[in-house]
Structures are given as C-alpha cells and as structure tokens.
Design a binder for this molecule. Structure first.
Ligand SMILES: Nc1nc2c(ncn2[C@@H]2O[C@H](COP(=O)(O)OP(=O)(O)O)[C@@H](O)[C@H]2O)c(=O)[nH]1
Ligand SMILES: [Mg+2]
Length: 351
C-alpha cells in the first residue's frame, strides 16, 4: 500500500460532453442522504479541502479490466441503475460510459471502459485508444480482477498500463466474490496485493451486493476535495438515443453466438416523444440494427421474423422502464459490410 497524501485537484480534467448537466458552481446545499452521517451537508465551495470537518470529494474513476471482469455490472450496482448494458459476451461495452453517483460526502463520476484486449480490428484499436485517453484524465484507476480466476497475462498488461498513469490513485477491485468459497478469498487477495503497489484493495460482489457500499466509500476517500461536478440527480451523461440503442443491443447479445455479437451495432435514428402522437401518448423509437453479412441478417431476423420480434419485445420493456411510459419500438436490420474494419462506417456508427 502506498502512503501518498491526497493530491490537490489537478487542472487536467476529462472534458465533459455538452449534453451533460453540470452542477452549479457553489452554494447549493444538497440534503444529506440519511444513511450517511457526515459532517458536511453539501459541497465545499473552494475545493481546497480546508473547510472544517470532512471535505466534500468529487472526481473521475476509470474502471478497467479485461473483458468480462465485471466492470459494467459493478458500475450499475454503484449507481443503482442500469447505466451500462452487461452480458457474458466479451466486448459488450464499446464506449466510455459515465455513471454518476452522489452521496452526502462525495460524488463519483465512474467511467466504465471497454475491456482491454489485443486489438484484432480497427474497432478494437479505437476502443483501446478510448481507454488510454480516459486514463490520462482521471483521479482514480480501479482495476477489476475477478476473484474466481487467477491473474493472467491480460491482467498484468492492464495493471502495468494503469500504473503508467502515476497521477491517479490505483485501486484493485476483486470482483465476483460470490463465486468463490469464503476460505479461498484471502489467497486471491494476497495474489492481487503482490501484483502492484495499490492504494487500496477491496473485494466485492456486484451481483450479491456484498461490499458495494465499501467500494463506494473507499473510492470517495481516494478522490480529491472538490465541489460537485454534476447535479445530484444526474446518473449518467449518456443521451436517451444512445441508452435506447444499447438496450436494443443488450436484448440481442446473450442470444447470439460466434462472431455475431461482435458484428452487431445499433443506432437509434429517431425518437418521437409521446406528445407528438395524435391517438395515444406513446413514444416512438426507430432503430437500425447493423450486421456485417447477409447471412447474419437472416439469423437476427429469424424464421418468420420470430427472433427479431422477441428481441424487440425485450428491448421495448427495458426502454419503457427507462422512460417511464409506453413505447413503440421499430427495428430495421441492415447490412454494413465489414464495418469493424472500415473507418468510414465506424465513424457513421459513432465509434
Ligand atoms: N456471479 C457474479 N457474476 C458477475 C458479477 N459481476 C459480473 N458478473 C457477470 O459477469 C459477466 C460480465 O459482466 P460485465 O459487467 O458485462 O463485465 P465487463 O465486460 O467487465 O463489463 C456477466 O455475465 C455478469 O452477470 C458478480 O459480482 N458475481
Ligand atoms: Mg462492460
């Protein structure tokens, strides 16, 4: 463990997208949440941490780890909402997704990243570039290492990469603890401890909820004293169209095999709000599902359109939950040949 003192907030911050809701600079005292008996009722105003009591802390935490390490599931558990889609398919997360968690003592902007792996396609290369760019600006790098698998070469590569960013604190999150017998966890923690000079190591299960609160509190402790960066009620900076597209992709991922999960891309072309609907108040979401080959198109649609209907129903339910109202979902399947390796198509699909 290192004994570095808390760094002052650096000026090198990741840029916030324009559609995010930034918090007002000063003086909006959020009511403290009942389970958090801290001295501070709201953010400190100067960010220096010199105010009496515990200073409010805020900043960016990048969650990294190899594919399937449990990064997205943990982010959702921390935020308490489905911000990032998850599945047992590697490469489910394809962008840096920000989930925001606010308590009375701090605010964590969690950056969920695509799993790092050796890039096979231009898409893989771009995803690795995304992660590298995110690591440059964050306050904390949290490396997810599954409790139920030994450290592999992929993990070592990611740990080495994390420690090439010395400005950040480094936290090891030993994930999926529900998958190992209690007696076997200490040995895994010792193994993780020996990997690097961590600021702290926390075991956690995002599925059982065990120690999720500890992860939250420990991450806040690693952040610099700072005013709030987003309004308390903001839980993500993703826009509605992006979240809908991801929910469509999630509905299909688990069911698809071989190369198909990788070949899938979803773009929401249009959302018509319920007000614009004459007969019934129902939002309309028009989405295009892209695959790479004609044969894949057939599989996604299924016999008589059966598969596509099933995906559509599952996705619609999730979107209805997200918007809190009824939704009509229109899915079109299209072929974008070899999009993963085409710069032009990658741009068009938003990568
Ligand atoms: N048993 C168990 N499974 C988990 C846990 N966290 C994630 N998973 C599963 O591991 C798989 C990959 O999770 P995901 O969050 O998508 O991993 P990512 O690729 O690192 O973002 C999914 O099937 C999850 O349900 C956990 O704490 N316990
Ligand atoms: Mg993920």
């Amino acid at each position: 463990m290192s004994d570095r003192t808390q760094p002052e907030r650096s000026t090198a911050r990741p840029t916030k997208p324009a559609d995010a809701t930034p918090a007002p600079e000063v003086g909006h005292g959020e009511a403290p949440q009942p389970e958090e008996p801290v001295a501070h009722a709201g953010p400190v105003t100067d960010g220096s941490g010199s105010a009496g009591g515990t200073p409010f802390r805020a900043g960016f935490v990048a969650v990294v780890g190899r594919p399937n390490a449990g990064k997205s599931t943990l982010m959702n558990a921390l935020v308490g909402e489905k911000i990032a889609i998850t599945s047992s398919r590697p490469e489910t997360t394809r962008r840096a997704i920000r989930g925001i968690l606010t308590t009375a003592s701090g605010q964590i902007v969690i950056v969920d990243t695509p799993g790092l792996h050796r890039p096979r396609t231009l898409l893989g290369q771009r995803l690795n570039d995304v992660v590298e760019a995110e690591l440059d600006g964050v306050d904390v790098i949290a490396v997810c290492l599954p409790a139920d698998e030994p450290t592999g070469p992929g993990d070592r590569r990611i740990v080495a990469q994390a420690f090439r960013h010395p400005r950040a604190r480094h936290v090891a999150l030993v994930t999926k603890t529900d998958r190992v017998a209690r007696g076997r966890l200490p040995a895994r923690l010792v193994e993780v401890d020996a990997l690097a000079d961590w600021d702290v190591i926390v075991p956690v299960s995002a599925v059982s909820g065990d120690q999720v609160d500890d992860v939250r509190d420990e991450l806040i402790r690693q952040l610099p004293a700072s005013p709030q960066l987003y309004e308390s009620r903001t839980t993500t900076d993703d826009d509605l169209a992006t979240r809908c597209a991801e929910l469509v992709r999630e509905a299909m991922l688990e069911d698809l095999h071989d190369e198909l999960p990788h070949s899938l891309a979803v773009v929401v072309d249009e959302i018509t709000p319920p007000e614009e609907c004459a007969e019934r108040p129902i939002a309309r979401v028009y989405a295009s599902v892209y695959v790479e080959r004609d044969s894949q198109k057939g599989i996604v649609i299924g016999r008589g359109g059966q598969s596509l209907r099933r995906y559509g129903t599952a996705a619609r339910r999730e979107i209805e939950r997200l918007v809190g109202g009824r939704v009509h979902l229109d899915l079109r399947v299209k072929v974008a040949r070899e999009w993963q390796s085409s710069p032009k198509l990658l741009d068009r699909l938003g990568f």
